[in-house]
Ligand binder design. Structure first.
Ligand code: PEP
Ligand code: MN
Length: 362
């Protein structure tokens, strides 16, 4: 831990910091950083919160982390992730949208057109679903994935799809743009390692019962396998609350962004479990600094075999996109889809879609 002291801290205030550290059983050495002084500690204590309140302390920098490769991604301005011509970064708000599950090619094509028209930057759709009951629809497998790829190429939006078994990886290697690792597989370490080896972006969802260190350690497996294209996704955790499906941990967004340079996005659909809550949670996520959103959309949710209650209608999704783009523009963020000319992205291939304004224009 490194404790940076205020320039104008007097001797008594400085001594109070040293005494506090020694009281926690830590050994302390003093280093000069130009005109400033920092105290460098050794020891197992984690008194960061109480130290930060001492008048002499300007900043407490935690250097001990269980996930050193994840922490190292902060260096050099972070690790933006590109999937096709779509960018996830601290300068963009990148919206991934589509059905929970790929059910038929016609509906998929319809959804893709609608979310693109509304301003989505990438598609989502599950071919291998992770269902709580073995009696529920498990997804259409490789054929569904081929349909998603075809629709993605037709509409010009790259896509993410979920893998849940290391044995799927080689079969989909040439098909997928980005791999989603679902919440229930966050600690499926062989899957993380195998998927990482594809060298494609990995959208890693937090397990509903994982703490943030465990989440970072899961990302660490992907980084350790040599793949730095990791997007972290908060999707709600289990809590005492029964009126929402999961509790969206909005605080995880700034916490993670302070500690790692990987894009952090939010899934308000699975957190809410109900379409009426999704837009508000999406706005909260963007206000908290999320680099993107992943949202389930369906034109006729009553027809879908998976997650019907949380799917947004295309109209509600379009309004959500307008609202979150306005919020994002306040902090200078632009859309994640990069136009081939490198300028403001235009979503409609024929130019008839809504023009996404750059931060400067917004
Ligand atoms: C999904 O994205 O469809 C999904 C099942 O999400 P999660 O893994 O977060 O439950
Ligand atoms: Mn779903």
């Amino acid at each position: 831990m490194i404790i940076l002291l205020h320039l104008d801290a007097g001797p008594a205030q400085r001594a109070a910091v040293r005494e506090a550290l020694e009281g926690f059983g830590m050994s302390v050495s003093e280093v000069s950083l130009g005109a400033r002084t920092a105290l460098v500690t050794e020891g197992d204590g984690h008194p960061a919160a109480s130290l930060a309140r001492l008048p002499a302390v300007e900043q407490v920098i935690q250097t001990e982390t269980p996930a050193p490769l994840a922490a190292a991604t902060l260096a050099g301005g972070g690790r933006p992730v590109s999937v096709g011509t779509t960018l996830f970064s601290a300068e963009t708000l990148t919206i991934v949208a589509g059905p929970c599950t790929i059910e038929d090619a016609g509906t998929l094509r319809e959804i893709a057109g609608l979310v693109k028209q509304a301003g989505a930057d990438a598609l989502r759709g599950g071919a291998y679903k992770v269902r709580t009951s073995p009696h529920q629809f498990q997804g259409g497998g490789i054929e569904a994935l081929q349909e998603l790829r075809a629709v993605s190429r037709e509409c010009g939006l790259p896509f993410f799809t979920e893998l849940n078994d290391p044995r799927q990886v080689s079969a989909v290697a040439d098909l997928v743009d980005g791999v989603q690792i679902g919440a229930r597989h966050m600690q499926n370490f062989p899957l993380l390692t195998e998927a990482a080896k594809l060298g494609k972006p990995i959208l890693l969802k937090r397990h509903m019962s994982a703490d943030l260190d465990e989440f970072l350690l899961a990302a660490e497996y992907i980084l350790d396998a040599g793949n730095e294209q990791v997007i972290l996704c908060e999707r709600g955790i289990k809590s005492a609350e029964r009126h929402v499906r999961y509790l969206l941990d909005v605080g995880a967004v700034p916490w993670l962004k302070e500690r790692v340079g990987l894009p952090v996005i939010v899934d308000p659909s699975h957190a809410a479990g109900h379409h009426r809550l999704v837009p508000a949670l999406a706005r909260a996520a963007v206000a908290a600094g999320a680099d993107g959103l992943i949202i389930e959309v369906h034109p006729r949710p009553e027809e879908t075999r998976c997650d019907a209650l949380q799917a947004l209608s295309p109209t509600t999704f379009a309004q959500l996109v307008t609202d979150v783009r306005r919020l994002a523009a306040l902090t200078g963020r632009r859309a994640g889809k990069v136009a081939s000319d490198g300028g403001a992205a235009e979503t409609g291939a024929s130019g008839d879609g809504p023009v996404l304004r750059t931060a400067a224009e917004a």
